[in-house]
Design a protein around this ligand. Structure first.
Ligand code: 9MR
Length: 375
């Protein structure tokens, strides 16, 4: 057993140690100490300790965690009277043990929510009051259980369309636009100290960003306890531009919001959709042209990825008074949702650690970018 653990952990530690000798500081969390916390979304194998190599990287490199899937409604609350807190409790304990900033993701979303949530026992859609009661109960149960332990909740996820209008989800159709205000109120009642976030993708695009600005301005005007915006950051080598990022961070800062880069990854594969999206319902047929790097990432692309990450961190640093967290959506390339979305079974390279748990040139670039804010 000892031999097995040593042989799995040592390469990861050596990799990290190697970076340490190349330049100091050696960890992401140390490099950005005093700027913002650096997080990773972690999966069940990492939470339970099964992924020994992944856990070594998480503990060495990150001071914040997000739950990739285990706190979503369908996982934690699969039936009306059934909550399963087995993995979520371990998730929170994992973060506490390493004194991490712990994120809750998410409370109200149109995906990964069971169909029963919106229906009565005869299968009919609920009315506004009944759905509000169900939403309140879920939020109070979740936020109340981890009060003072989960520091920041993604309260509402992806409520806007690309043109900035409200998404016609069942939440919106049944309750009305004020489901968002209600969700934030319930979360605040359950833990008045928690940071409460509106989380979405593509807010760097002007139309959607304008919608978010209007939404937040309205919520703030009504005294709704929203503290921050989550920019998911499912980026590519070319989108969003540094200028779009810069303008987006300035715009939310102006509203008095803190900003979390909440789900960062950078896609290097050929785009499979015409417009950049993180809509998890999109699915495209696999073909070789869409999956060009099965046998490894060419050095030229590796360098582009490194440069891209350095540029993005330059903007985050420029806005470090506003950005309070940068969270990667996964630990190693092998863990990433990008291997199966929007095309199943591709070999994707969006993160800072490769499939063997080794730091990539992009890791060194992010470390080097620390302390050098863009002007
Ligand atoms: O990474 C998550 C993946 O494992 C799930 O299959 C997927 C299903 O909805 O959700 C992924 O995480 C999403 C996050 O919760 C919200 N923003 C988009 C993320 C990537 O799809």
């Amino acid at each position: 057993m000892l031999v097995q653990v040593r042989s799995t952990v040592l390469p990861a530690l050596l990799a990290i140690g190697f970076a340490a000798t190349a330049q100091a500081p050696a960890s992401l969390k140390d490099a950005y100490q005093g700027d913002f916390v650096i997080g990773a979304a972690i999966n069940a194998a990492q939470i339970t300790g099964e992924d020994v190599r992944g856990d070594a990287i998480i503990k060495a490199q990150f001071n914040s965690i997000s739950p990739e899937n285990c706190l979503k409604w369908e996982s934690v609350h699969p039936q009306p009277d059934e909550y399963d807190f087995t993995i979520p409790d371990q998730y929170v304990a994992f973060g506490e043990k390493s004194h991490m900033f712990i994120v809750g993701h998410n409370l109200v979303w149109h995906n990964q929510v069971p169909a029963w949530v919106f229906r009565d026992d005869k299968g009919n859609l609920l009315d506004r009051d009944a759905l509000l009661a169900r939403m309140r109960d879920h939020i109070h149960t979740m936020v109340g259980r981890y009060k003072g332990r989960i520091q920041s909740w993604d309260v509402v996820n992806e409520a806007l369309n690309e043109d900035g209008t409200m998404r016609q989800s069942l939440w919106e159709k049944i309750i009305g636009d004020d489901y968002i205000a209600k969700a934030f109120q319930y979360a605040h009642e359950a833990d008045p100290q928690a940071q409460l976030t509106y989380n979405d993708y593509n807010l760097e695009n002007e139309a959607k960003r304008s919608g978010a600005i209007a939404l937040i301005t309205k919520l703030k005007g009504e005294g709704v306890p929203i503290t921050s915006v989550g920019l998911q950051g499912h980026d590519s080598l070319t989108w969003p531009t540094v200028d779009q990022m810069d303008a987006t961070l300035s715009a939310f800062a102006k509203l008095g919001m803190k900003v979390a880069i909440s789900e960062l990854d950078v896609d290097v594969l050929p785009p499979a959709t015409r417009q950049a999206t993180a809509d998890v319902t999109v699915s495209i047929q696999q073909n070789a042209a869409l999956n060009p790097y099965v046998n490894g990432l060419p050095d030229s692309v590796q360098q582009q990825l490194a440069k891209r990450y350095a540029d993005l961190f330059g903007v985050f640093l420029k806005h470090r008074d506003v950005v309070n967290r940068v969270t990667f959506w996964g630990v190693t390339d092998g863990d990433s949702w990008r291997n199966d979305w929007p095309v199943r079974g591709r070999t994707s390279y969006p993160l800072l650690f490769d499939r063997a748990g080794q730091p990539k040139p992009a890791f060194d670039a992010v470390i080097r970018a620390a302390g050098q804010p863009a002007s």
